[in-house]
Design a protein around this ligand. Sequence first.
Ligand code: RUB
Length: 317
Amino acid sequence: MTESKVEDTFNAIRSMEVRGAGRIARAAAEALREAAVSSRAKTPAQLVAELTRYGERLKESRPTAVSLPNSVNFVLTGAHRELRRGVGKETLRKRVISLCDDFINRSTNAVTMIGDIGAKRIVSGDLIMTHCNSEAVTQILVTARAQGKDFHVIVTETRPLYQGRITAAVLARNGIEVSLIPDSASRLYMHEVDRVIVGADAIASNGAVINKIGTSMIAVIAHETRTRFYVAAETYKLSPRTLLGDLVEIEERSPREVVSESWMTENPGVKVMNPSFDVTPAEYIDLIITEQGVYPPQGIVFLMKELYPEPVKLALE
Ligand code: RUB
């Protein structure tokens, strides 16, 4: 029962039925919560071992969104701490459940906070561009609209999976004027755009932002026209391992998302590539909007060290 719930969540994340860095993170916490509730482990050590195995499995579902390991580690670090304290199995179970709830609540509150903070940057009359589908970005735009601001949003389709269509539909439903454009039309419209706002799957210690493929292309175009480029991201998108020199892995997805099986068979000499994310260097980013405030990308490392002291401590030991 437990194992199958974890596998269901693993498959839902891998197949992108559940997608977007924040939602992935919450889905993992929900799966661990359910695992803790229904576990038949006989001892606290067994319970922690079981949850650790499930957590590691969930982390393997998609490689780029650092929100996923950050969510799992938040729960597992707490579980291991309780185990070291010598608590009984039922206390430990309750503690894990409350850690999962805590992560999920923090996550939804963070998105609301980002909406409130980011909406201050939206001005009536703005033309805004966004790429892909980010709930943090959507929250900013919907909040600004609810405050009575009138603006127009250009949404890129976001090939090959067209997540831009989701964004466009949600914004339109919330009374926001919206246009959907092919990704390749971004430069044509950029000179009219006041600000670009995108989400993030991971943020590195040097302030670089990893987000949906095509984000860095849009950032370069925005730079050319001196258009402001904002990133909206909860702090669990910060990648503490990048402080230790690790690189964020870029997910390579199936070529079948780009061309059909029959096209591939008819054209065996063509290698189809489908990277899902890219890296936008700090110098193309004006602001990173988090639930803890607005940061220049070059300053994000200080927030990272404050929120994730462990990797640095480990490296120094
Ligand atoms: C989604 C994507 C989003 C970030 C941020 O990619 O790149 O911009 O995950 O989203 P995919 P959020 O569709 O491949 O998961 O703000 O919702 O966490």
